[in-house]
Write a protein that binds this ligand. Structure first.
Ligand code: 13P
Length: 258
């Protein structure tokens, strides 16, 4: 973390977990964990399933927890059965949206082109974007991590202006570390987050790259968060499993506030 120049962001990605009733209970539990604690050194976000958004927004009101969706469509409106637009999210009070998560790339045919279209639509509607990038295990083993991640960042951000970048967070999530219990070492996380920063420096300016929040995601938990966050290029976390347990999520938030 380098708090002097960029915001630390701890975001939960609930994935396809929690019904609205369960979501309400989890936000209540997170709020109870944070009660009376100084959490002013980081932003806290809960990215939740579409049907939980309204409940979570209501429950999180007045607390430090901000709310995000887990995906968004690229069109403003139209014949896209089952999809949700950025304007719909914005109108109900959603602030953030995750785009390009590896599970969407892996299971739902997401490509860098569709990710790019979603990013632009979200930013135009005034949403903040958490853009996920990361290499597969085979790609790491082939030594092409830098190429893969650079390509993703470059294509996913095509046409995104310097001004819009103030609303973009990048989450480096090595696919082999997601839900596997296999965390990247803090040095591996720092190295790739640093590389993403270099790419941003070339695409935009060095100053912009220095000011962009770059999170690590992939089996971040209550035990390893402090070590990962101690790295200069790791400006927060995108947390799956551990964000579903209020005490663990609170411990990660505490680590980001040390
Ligand atoms: P886990 O923390 O469960 O590994 O998930 C990480 C992730 O995919 C966050 O988006």
């Amino acid at each position: 973390m380098k708090r002097s120049v960029r915001t630390t962001v701890i975001a939960g990605n609930w994935k396809m977990n929690k019904t609205p009733k369960e979501a309400k209970a989890l936000v209540k539990a997170i709020k109870a964990e944070l009660e009376g604690k100084d959490v002013s050194k980081c932003e806290i976000v809960a990215c939740v399933p579409y049907v939980d958004l309204a409940t979570v927004i209501k429950e999180a009101k007045g607390s430090p927890v901000k709310v995000g969706a887990e995906n968004v469509h690229w069109a403003e409106s139209g014949a896209f059965t089952g999809e949700i637009s950025a304007a719909m999210l914005k109108e109900i009070g959603v602030e953030y949206v995750i785009i390009g998560h590896s599970e969407r790339r892996q299971y739902f045919g997401e490509t860098d082109q569709t990710v790019n279209a979603r990013v632009k639509a979200a930013l135009s509607a005034g949403l903040k974007v958490i853009l996920c990038v990361g290499e597969l295990l085979a790609e790491r083993e082939e030594g092409v991590t830098a190429e893969v991640v650079s390509r993703q960042v470059k294509i996913d951000l095509l046409g995104v202006t310097k001004e819009q970048m103030a609303n973009v967070i990048i989450a480096y999530e090595p696919v082999w570390a997601i839900g596997t219990g296999k965390t990247a070492t803090s040095d591996q996380a720092d190295e790739v987050c640093g590389l993403i920063r270099e790419v941003l420096g070339k695409l935009y300016t060095k100053k912009l790259a220095e000011a962009t929040t770059i999170q690590y995601g992939g089996s971040m938990n209550a035990k390893n968060a402090e070590e990962l966050l101690s790295k200069v290029n790791v400006d927060g976390g995108l947390i799956g499993g551990a964000s579903l347990k209020a005490p663990d999520f609170a411990t990660i938030i505490a680590a980001a506030n040390k």
